[in-house]
Ligand binder design. Structure first.
Ligand code: BGC
Length: 421
């Protein structure tokens, strides 16, 4: 069986210029864990109404001139109940893929972007070993029905899920337990490995990756040994440990002032490309009153400013994380990079500066194959609601009207100019 069905796919690899989105952030879902998690969604459950306006939104991709589009499938729409598949939802996502293929836009499908069906979270959350089998059943359904996809992302940012869901409790399932966090990451990575095999046996040409959130990390006070130590530990855990685990088959997790945890996992070499999601730099300060002694700050030390989410704009950090990811010796794709701001000029500068850094990475021989701006249109931002304006197109959340920002025009121009990357 070939996941690509009868769709002809060019074998010539081209630089992927794209935009990235996630299903829940555009369309919500009444069956998802997050729908009940964040009260703000009650007054705006369909978010941007993309589930119904998707054809119009896909037209924006044409307008932008991108040749790739990263989007996710909303598992809770496909499997709203444990024993019920909604084939209409699969057809809906198939329609998206078909439209993209007709427009010669490469689809990149994220299978898991933070949300779960409620039944999964209630009965088989990731720290339960049966989670693997349940997740695999969903992926199997997708792989055996969805046609025309070559690029797959098994998980978006497993470490954010871990930090939010299992360490600071800000995301479902809302726990703060290291042992459950360790169990959960083990099950997530075992699932990744099994899906890698499943996708490759369905289609030899499948490109299977994972999207890893990486950040630049620095001590608040360079002279302070504990700030420096925390930054080192954070760098190792947050940025490096996952990359190293794909290299060695051993995941080493070290939290400040705790014993290192080591796990053998069947993931060595099981990744065809590494997706890097890069946004910002964080500064760390030792504070005995904070969890694990870590206080996290965003400060504008580089002079590029802070975003509406308070994050530091730090383009140079992109090179550092990409350089580390290149240790894997497989293609790298910048699967997310973006800024929340209502100031179009700031958005344009952000894109320009990061793409300049990307060019430097390419010139120095790092194998970067694509860049996806986050995001196509304004959407629901986890924990923050509807005010973080990441979109190239502005959304009016009461009328669902979309309007291009000048950053959209700039991004199109940039793509045209750099077609031959
Ligand atoms: C996530 C997106 C999110 C973006 C901005 C990434 O970590 O994958 O879902 O909207 O950051 O916060």
């Amino acid at each position: 069986m070939n996941c690509l069905g009868s769709v002809p796919v060019s074998t010539k690899s081209k630089f992927l210029w794209g935009v990235a989105t996630s299903a829940f952030q555009l369309e919500g879902s009444p069956y998802a864990d997050w729908a009940a998690w964040d009260e703000r969604l009650r007054s705006n459950p369909n978010v941007t109404n993309h589930y119904f306006l998707y054809k119009k939104d896909l037209n924006l991709l044409k307008e932008l001139g991108v040749n790739a589009y990263r989007f996710s499938l909303e598992w809770s729409r496909i499997q709203p109940e444990e024993d019920r598949w909604d084939m209409e939802a699969i057809r809906h996502y198939q329609d998206i893929v078909d439209i993209l293929r007709r427009e010669d836009i490469e689809p990149m499908v994220t299978l898991h972007h933070f949300t779960h069906p409620r039944w999964f979270l209630e009965k088989y959350p990731w720290h339960n070993d049966r989670s693997v089998q349940k997740y695999l059943a969903y992926v199997e359904k997708v792989v055996s029905t969805l046609r025309g996809v070559r690029y797959w992302i098994t998980f978006n940012e497993p470490y954010i899920l871990l930090l939010g869901g299992y360490l600071d409790g800000s995301m479902p399932p809302g726990l703060r337990e290291v042992p459950s966090a360790v169990k959960a990451i083990g099950n997530i990575l075992v699932s990744h490995s099994r899906i890698y095999d499943m996708l490759h046996s369905a289609d030899q040409d499948a490109q299977v990756g994972i999207a890893h959130n990486m950040a630049a990390i620095a001590p608040c006070r360079f002279w302070h040994p504990l700030d420096r130590l925390l930054s080192k530990i954070a760098m190792f855990f947050y940025n490096h440990s996952l990359i190293d685990a794909f290299l060695s088959g051993t995941l080493r997790i070290r939290f400040p002032f705790k014993k290192e945890i080591e796990m053998r996992l069947p993931i060595k070499g099981k990744v065809d490309f590494v997706g890097v999601n890069y946004y910002t730099r964080v500064h760390l300060r030792f504070n005995p009153f904070k969890k694990m002694g870590v206080e996290l700050r965003y400060q504008d030390t580089g002079g590029h400013g802070l975003t509406d989410t308070g994050w530091e704009v730090h383009p140079r950090g992109l090179e550092k994380v990409v350089r580390y990811a290149s240790k894997l010796n497989i293609p790298i794709i910048i699967t997310e990079n973006g800024i929340a701001t209502r100031d179009d000029e700031k958005k344009i500068k952000f894109i320009k500066r990061h793409v300049d850094v990307l060019k430097r990475c390419l010139e120095s021989g790092i194998d970067v194959r694509g860049y996806f701006y986050w995001s196509l249109i304004d959407n629901y931002e986890w924990l923050r609601g509807f005010d973080a304006r990441f979109g190239l197109y502005r959304v009016d959340f009461s009328t669902f009207e979309r309007k291009p920002t000048s950053a959209a025009t700039y991004y199109s121009y940039l793509i045209k100019k750099n077609k031959k990357f």
